[in-house]
Design a protein around this ligand. Structure first.
Ligand SMILES: Nc1nc2c(ncn2[C@@H]2O[C@H](COP(=O)(O)OP(=O)(O)OP(=O)(O)O)[C@@H](O)[C@H]2O)c(=O)[nH]1
Ligand SMILES: [Zn+2]
Length: 344
């Protein structure tokens, strides 16, 4: 499959022609990007437009995956109503909902991400444990995590907290910023190359919208607002919003998250604690539990102080959690399959 990202971000001819109607449109496949998902309705971003679209019937017939925000899709344009989504292009990667342990199935939430900004505020949201969980979750999917600590202006102890993070996550970039004063914002420019897609992860209220507005230089996202209610009094929150900055950088805001359960993310945990995984590979026994086996490289590193006890304990407990949830998931899956065969 061709590199769809390159193709999509090219601003070639043939992309501006939607103003003059032509019968041919209905037969031409175009390449766009999903910018919003609402139940069965989608918005496709195409040459600075948002085109409403529905899925073609084959999505429902074959039990395939459905588009998520950030997906490149081919579609047939319909100027008089919903356009038709034909196919999802191969995903470079995708982030899944972090609460998959509870829902027991993997739910993609955003696709084709270059960087995941793990946003935590320095005043009340800072937690090393949370940062590690975020990092393992996104590394599992092959997405590069960048920790963004917001609201520097409210924290007298920035360097100390940054140091704590560095100790636990030595190979992950950490930036402390204040969208209010502008402190540290210039350091984020390296990630904002045209065509890049950045996913924001973080609890509600940590300052994601404020950050995006500061990066965009305009009030592009609403901040700190009370959610609107629809006619039936339900809260309508437009989740997973995709925003394009003036410099062609795409930002995907994922819904606020508090608890991050880890499920089946052992590779992500190993990527987060690369050095420990490397040490473990040097143990004499392949299935070393690093408790009492002879010639254990991990215990040796712990003893000579090369590896801190806290890091190892966290590494180990996260693996236990991840395996346990994965087992639960497998059991739930098996049960479901069994029920299905019984019904037949
Ligand atoms: N002091 C200070 N306050 C900030 C900063 N950034 C954001 N805030 C405030 O924090 C509150 C929440 O900011 P938002 O940007 O709405 O947070 P959010 O992460 O987008 O929240 P959700 O939309 O609920 O996910 C607002 O009142 C902001 O004014 C900062 O750098 N310094
Ligand atoms: Zn060992």
């Amino acid at each position: 499959m061709k590199e769809r990202k390159e193709e999509y971000h090219q601003t070639g001819e043939g992309r501006k022609e939607l103003d003059v109607f032509d019968e041919q449109w209905l037969h031409t496949e175009r390449l766009g990007r999903i910018s919003e998902v609402q139940k069965n309705s989608y918005l496709i971003r195409y040459w600075e437009r948002e085109i409403p679209a529905k899925l073609s019937g084959k999505f429902y017939k074959e039990e395939t995956m459905f588009p998520v925000i950030g997906d490149y899709v081919t579609f047939r344009y319909n100027p008089k109503g919903d356009s038709k989504i034909i196919e999802i292009c191969e995903r470079k990667n995708f982030l899944t909902r972090p609460d998959t342990a509870k829902s027991m199935k993997e739910q993609p939430m955003a696709a084709n991400i270059d960087y995941a900004f793990l946003v935590m505020s320095l005043n009340d949201n800072f937690s090393v444990n949370r940062a590690v969980r975020y990092a393992a979750t996104v590394l599992q999917e092959g997405v590069q995590p960048i920790v963004i600590l917001t609201k520097v202006d409210l924290c007298p102890d920035v360097e100390k907290l940054k140091e704590q993070l560095k100790e636990m996550l030595p190979q992950i970039k950490v930036h402390a910023v204040s969208a209010l004063t502008g402190y540290g914002m210039d350091k984020l420019q390296v990630y904002l190359q045209p065509g890049n897609t950045i996913a924001l992860l973080g609890s509600s209220g940590v300052g994601k919208s404020t950050l995006v507005n500061a990066l965009a230089g305009t009030e592009i996202m609403k901040t700190g607002e009370i959610r609107e209610k629809d006619a039936k009094g339900r809260h309508t929150t437009t989740y997973r919003e995709m925003i394009e900055l003036p410099n062609n950088v795409v930002i995907i805001d994922t819904p606020g998250m508090r608890e991050i359960g880890l499920c089946d993310v052992d590779e992500g945990i190993d990527d987060t604690f690369e050095d420990i995984a490397e040490l473990a590979a040097q143990c004499r026994f392949r299935d070393c539990t690093h408790t009492n086996e002879p010639r254990c490289a991990v215990r040796q590193a712990l003893e000579n102080g090369q590896l801190s006890k806290e890091r190892f304990e966290l590494y180990r407990s996260l693996h236990v959690e991840s395996r346990k949830s994965a087992d639960m998931k497998a059991i739930a899956k098996a049960r479901k399959a069994l029920n299905k065969t019984r019904k037949r």
